[in-house]
Design a binder for this molecule. Structure first.
Ligand code: HEC
Length: 271
């Protein structure tokens, strides 16, 4: 039923694209997309993933037969409320600035005894293969709902990462000489059906960052911020970084710092 509604609304949005004057069309598409988000808001398919994530959080697994309940995301072991909103941050025990995913993998290795390869094998889902990381990040992200993003990046290592992220954001490179800023540095830009948002302002970055992890209707699954950014690097025709690379965490630090003050509302719903 809900899927039918989704199809009809997407159909309507596509139809609006195919007909009419460009400006009227723009308004119409934005309108249809708003309706479509509204229709899904009370039944985000990601809610199911959140429940699965909670189960995985509590389940004793891995060679050490332990749960993740003692994992420390920066606010103390097992303290998840508001933790996502303050990531990435510097962790003394690893001497690194870590985002939610690198910290989660760290806990799967240290608490549960998984190898890095085992922990990251299905870091994103493919048709027929579920991803524990997607489910866990959806669960952990939702624990920050209603909390303001707060990444001041005051620790010298965090400040360094934020600077590095800013540098990567504006640096033009690759065969097309693209930068993130070319697609995400102005107000009112759109590609296909998706509004791009201006990620260089607090309002624009906030609007985007508060919704991640997000359910992507076109992909039928939740995407984590690592996946979002790695795919954007691909869209920029840059070499794809490895999962959990410092370059991705640096961009996240820069974007979360810019978005700071915005209240989290995740999982979002995207095209
Ligand atoms: C060629 C244009 C293009 C480039 C270059 C690009 N992106 Fe994107 N980005 C997109 C599109 C398009 C989307 C929306 C999702 C979609 O429709 O695929 C998006 C979505 C995003 C989002 C989520 C926004 C939201 O509202 O939820 C973030 C964050 C993001 N990009 C960051 C980046 C960063 C950081 C870079 C540089 C590494 C980058 N992008 C480079 C096109 C681009």
């Amino acid at each position: 039923m809900r899927l039918n509604l989704t199809c009809r609304l997407v159909g309507a949005a596509l139809l609006a694209l195919a007909t009419g004057h460009a400006l009227a069309q723009d308004a119409k598409v934005a309108d249809e997309l708003a309706k479509y988000r509204e229709a899904l808001a009370d039944g985000n398919p990601a809610d199911l993933l959140e429940v699965r994530g909670e189960g995985l959080w509590q389940e004793k697994r891995g060679p050490k037969n332990a749960s993740l309940e003692q994992c420390d995301f920066g606010l103390g072991p097992g303290k998840l409320e508001g933790a996502y909103a303050q990531l990435p941050r510097y962790f003394k025990d690893t001497g690194r600035v870590m985002d939610v995913e690198s910290r989660l993998v760290h806990c799967m290795m240290t608490l549960q005894g998984f190898t890095f390869e085992q922990a990251t094998k299905n870091w994103y889902s493919k048709p027929g293969t579920e991803s524990d990381i997607e489910a866990l990040v959806t669960f952990i992200g939702a624990k920050s709902n209603g909390v303001k993003i707060n990444v001041p990046a005051t620790h010298p290592e965090e400040a360094k990462m934020a600077k590095m992220g800013e540098y990567i954001f504006y640096r033009r490179s690759g065969p097309q000489d693209f930068s993130c800023a070319i697609c995400h540095g102005q107000d009112g830009k759109r590609i296909r059906l998706q509004e791009l948002g201006n990620l260089t302002t607090q309002a624009g970055a906030g609007e985007a960052m508060k919704t991640w992890p997000s359910y992507r209707v076109s992909q039928g699954t939740v995407w984590t911020m690592q996946r979002r950014l790695i795919d954007c690097m691909r869209q920029a025709r840059w070499p794809e970084p490895k999962y959990l690379s410092d370059s991705v965490i640096a961009l996240e630090t820069f974007l979360q710092k810019t978005a700071s003050g915005t209240v989290m509302a995740t999982p979002g719903i995207k095209r």
